[in-house]
Structures are given as C-alpha cells and as structure tokens.
Design a protein around this ligand. Sequence first.
Ligand code: HEC
Length: 236
Amino acid sequence: MIMIRPAFLVASAGVVASLALTACEPPGKPPITKKWKAPTEVTDFTKLYSQNCLGCHSLGETSGPSLSMANPIYLASITREDLVNVIANGVPGSRMPAFAEVNGGSLTDAQIGIIADGILAKRQPVEGPVPAWSAPLGNPAAGQAVYAAVVESLKKTLPASVFRDGFLTNRDFLGLVTDQYLRSLVIGGSAELGIPNYREVLPGRALTDAEIADLVAYLSSQRPADYGKPPTNSNP
Ligand code: HEC
C-alpha cells in the first residue's frame, strides 16, 4: 500500500526532531560551534595574534611596548623565513619568547606559519628597494657622525622632550634591546614613538645601507656592558 504523507506531517516531524535535539542540551550550554578547542587547534590568525603577540606588538590599532608589526617598511624588509624563525626561536636575551613547541613554547609549526602569513598579509607596496632586515654591524666611529646628523635633523621636527634623556643612546633603552631591534627601528622607524623611518631622518635623502650599519654599530657601542648585571660590591 502506498502511504501518502501529508506535507504538514513531514514538516512537523522535523520540528519535533529539532526540539528533541535541543531538549538534550542543558540550559546555558554554548552552541556546538563555540565548543572549547585545544589551544593547538586554533587556526584563526586574529585569535592567535591577539592571544600571543598583541600584548607586546601592535598590529596598527593599539600600541605595544615592542616594535609594531603594522609598519610597511618593516614588513617589506623582513622575509617570511626570518619572521618564522624569530617567532619559533624568540630573541635570546630579550623578552621575546620562543613560541615553537620544540623550544618549550605553546604554538605548533602550523600556527607559527599562520601568524607569519597573517602578519605578511598586511604588507603594502613600498617604493624602491628596502634594506635587508638583518646585516652585520658597520663602523661605530662613522656611525657617530651619522647619529649626530640624524639628531640635528630630527630636532627640527620632534619635541625637545624626546632628546632629553639621550634619545637612542639612552642607557636603559640600549640595555633593553638587541642590535637587531636597533636595526629594525632605524630602518622602519616607529609611528608609536614618533621616530621616522630611514628615508625620512635626513633632509632630502634616505640613509644608505652603510650608514644604517654604521649607525647601529655606534648605538650598540654605547650600550653599557654591565647593564642588567647585579652590582658588584666594591667595599671589601
Ligand atoms: C612578552 C612580550 C612579547 C611577546 C608576547 C611577543 N614578543 Fe615579539 N618581541 C618582543 C621584544 C621585547 C622584542 C625585541 C627583542 C630585541 O630587543 O631584539 C621582540 C621581537 C620580535 C620580532 C623581531 C623584531 C625585530 O627586531 O625586527 C618579531 C618579528 C616579533 N617579536 C614577533 C612576535 C610575534 C609574531 C609574536 C606572537 C607570536 C610575539 N613577537 C610575541 C616581545 C614580545
């Protein structure tokens, strides 16, 4: 015998089925899509970045204590390989943690790749070539003259308070950052600190690769060797 099922019966069967399903969920239980995920399963860039990086590195909308990742010149200078390497291995001797699981960190290689790609997706076209992210130090004596020229030029536009405590040669600042940080700062500048990039610090022309290497060498040479070490007691 052929049974003809009225449409309303089919429809109401669906309603009953869905009622039955929801009836099993205790009240207040989050929907299935919001279920807890193991931290290693998070694959959303925004989530990964805000959970692991945003406290220290701005992505443009907030400010952070270390370099912003939303800097067009910086993003043009760093390669994906270097970025992945820094995230995975951290920066020894600094507050930059090593995130790779092999280093005791909390991120999988896939998550580190997602973060690197998400940061690099913010790249914008930049005119002309940009100095390499990393390079050996140059000549500190030559760098002293470059620094003097840069300070003289910036004094015309930046407030006097910026230079009061020694600006980039401030002992505490130099004690806290590595030479690579100094190089990245000189190249990309910092919108947050009001420091222009290497194309804007001198009137009418960019710093050359050699001047950048010399300037970083000079700043590095001003770092106090004893910074961060416990004071030695000179009184026997
Ligand atoms: C606890 C603070 C902290 C957290 C969290 C942190 N960083 Fe860092 N990061 C730093 C500091 C400080 C430095 C600069 C170290 C130095 O002096 O070279 C740094 C350096 C870097 C550099 C190299 C900068 C340069 O010199 O060119 C990159 C790239 C970077 N961090 C990306 C990230 C990413 C991506 C995350 C998240 C997965 C992250 N950091 C999380 C503090 C942090």
